[in-house]
Design a protein around this ligand. Sequence first.
Ligand code: PLP
Length: 440
Amino acid sequence: MANLPGPKIVTELPGPKASAVLEESRAYEPRCMSDQQPLVWDHAEDVWITDVDGNVFLDFSSGVLVTNVGHCHPKYVEAIRDQAGKLYNCYDFPTGPRAQLARKLVEMSAPQLTKAFILTTGSEAVEASLKMVRRASDGYEILGFGGAFHGRTYGAMSAGGNEGVRRGFGPVVPGMLRAPFPYCYRCPLGHEPEGCSMPCLDTLDYTVKTQGNGQLAGVITESYQGGAGSIIPPPGWYERLEEWRRDRGLYLILDEVQSSFGRTGKMFAYEHWGLEPDAVTLGKGLSSGVPCAAVLATEELLGGLSPGELSSTAGGNPLSAAAALASIEIIESEKLVENADQRGKKLEEAFHAMSSAPRVGDVRGMGLVWGLEMVGDKDSKTPSPEAAMRVVSEAFKRGLALIAPIGMYGNVVRIAPPLTIGPEALEVGISVLSEAVSMA
Ligand SMILES: Cc1ncc(COP(=O)(O)O)c(C=O)c1O
């Protein structure tokens, strides 16, 4: 491959400097974060990560779907440097960057979304969206979906649908109902995908009737379920959900913390299904690194709030806002949404070829976010977190950085390179991954 900086492994893994950092980390940091490969990042440029020992890895993680514009893009770095020399934080006093970011987000999104509330983390954006729906409605209940991940703060984890996030943390926030999500490879209702009439949607009224108190205010859903294992609803599912919630006068919150800013091959994932959400939560790829999140919402949801009802110390600080503006500018001017779409087609081809491997049960994805669901064997579909972990660690040994397995059963390998990835680097990543999959 012509002139690529890596992958290049020059020490044992982890190398000596990495081992020292790992030792310090294990001594002084808790183990509550996700358990990743022993890759101690030193610096990164575009899709290439260099560790503290000089090993070079190809990034198929984007952090965790954050660095959509690649690492340390020169224009991004310049915008941050420039802003850092001027002003970091001035609380809720308005600033040019915050107002410009709000305007940009409103202008680039669907017409009903007329206000943008800027925050810092995805969980915080989800919390704010739940609060604004409750504030605007006579009801207070929110319908979410099994498997959903909306964050780890109390409201967000309560709206989510995965026991693993809640276990051990006591009672959750009341008023959250949960319906089955169309995880068609493992249909929660036991149906086969072929010819399925989507009876999961027929359970919505039953869910509300049996779990609720007659106070339903809104629906929250990820546009595709990320943490549950890159689960994308079948064609027609969203359209029917949209009709159902409209008929009942419910607000729709779409959690696009992970799926927006080109990741799926569209700027916002809701464009794939023509959805008209009342609120859209954003994070991760919104600013490609410097923490920044937002809720885009209708006049009805955000326009009616009074001073002091929602606010946060660091939300919309000028540094984050300048970073987000630079990131959006790069996504638009370098046509990264189109690149994600094109490269995604190549990934789709490659994964369909890999799906014949005995341990690959299912492949799912769109644009530059994919999941390989690993199983004991194709007939039993028994989830194999061990096989998924083997893929991740064999890829690591060969210089390909993947996030630790995800999924309801911890058996899905997630692939999500930065949207700047070119054809040659993608080819290298596919070939390493395919070798790693063959060893699972
Ligand atoms: C769909 C979704 N919503 C919310 C969050 C929470 O974002 P954060 O970790 O920035 O709080 C995440 C994070 O992975 C996510 O994927």
